[in-house]
Ligand binder design. Structure first.
Ligand SMILES: O=C(O)CCC(=O)C(=O)O
Ligand SMILES: [Fe+2]
Length: 272
């Protein structure tokens, strides 16, 4: 662990002080960051200035192998950098707007980490995060019991993941879903009662998850309002996220929004 003073608690995760990601960091510091990201789940580096795509990729490599499944926008500065924007000439629009999700839930091994840097900061346009630990602990026992029986089936039938499983590093219960990319759920996998949900039941369960996340006036949600120089490393398996509606507001209203994101290949299959 890095010294306690490095980290200032945020609503979810921590703000990181005294580390300049553009400078050469010792292998010891890097090892500590890799460890601490699991403890805090979101490492929010402030005042980093501009981080080039090459540096963004270098930092990403500390955490594993990059995996880039996304559409490569012509303006993307690097094949491993996903470029998201509110202007389609500048980057991909409507990213992360179809529902709360983890990145790569449609893969056998969802991404281990995601790294975000806002290269052009709009007036508003937050990324919203929720910690699975807090979400699961906030559930009524009956709801938790229902969710424990569910598996998510990808909308192309490509994967089946337990909705709730233990994070392989921390052993803390976490979830796996993309509320906009689930085809249906499976009840009681590999038991006599195994069955797939019908359309209405699927829609109801998706709505339940959404409502649990945003309940009590979004008290569980951390909305990160981006500032110049912010760089975020997330433990993708431990938090869900969604782009807020304001991320799509036009340039004329909120100025240009350009987000660079990298994703790190998953190393584990979610397992009950
Ligand atoms: O635009 C954002 O704030 C986040 C979009 C998103 O879901 C992602 O980049 O994975
Ligand atoms: Fe995402």
């Amino acid at each position: 662990m890095l010294p306690e003073s490095t980290y200032k608690p945020a609503k979810l995760g921590v703000e990181v002080r005294g580390i300049d990601l553009n400078s050469d960091l010792s292998s010891e510091t890097i090892a500590k960051l890799k460890n601490d990201v699991h403890k805090h789940r979101l490492l929010i580096f402030k005042n980093q200035g501009a981080i080039s795509a090459e540096r963004h990729v270098e930092i990403s490599k500390w955490f594993g192998e990059l995996e880039s499944t996304f559409y490569k926008h012509p303006k993307s500065p690097h094949p491993d950098v996903f470029r998201v924007s509110n202007d389609e000439k500048e980057g991909c629009r409507n990213v992360g707007r179809t529902g709360w999700h983890i990145d790569g839930s449609f893969m056998e091994k969802p991404f281990d980490y995601a790294l975000y840097h806002m290269v052009s900061v709009p007036k508003i346009g937050a990324t919203a995060f929720v910690g699975f630990k807090e979400l699961l602990e906030s559930l009524k026992p009956e709801r938790r019991a229902v969710w424990e029986r569910l598996w998510m089936v990808g909308d192309r039938g490509e994967v089946i993941h337990p909705l709730i499983y233990k994070h392989p590093v921390t052993r803390v219960p976490v979830m796996c879903f993309h509320l906009g990319m689930i085809g249906c759920f499976m009840w009681d996998r590999k038991s006599q009662n195994q069955r797939l949900t019908g359309e209405q039941e699927t829609a109801q369960l998706l709505q339940d998850i959404h409502r649990e996340i945003v309940k009590n006036n979004r008290s569980l949600v951390y909305e990160h309002q981006w500032q110049e120089g912010d760089f975020i490393i997330s433990d993708n398996r431990a938090v869900a996220h969604e782009a807020t509606p304001e991320t799509q507001y036009p340039v004329s209203q909120v100025c240009l929004r350009v987000l660079h994101r990298t994703t790190i290949a998953g190393t584990t299959k979610p397992k009950k």
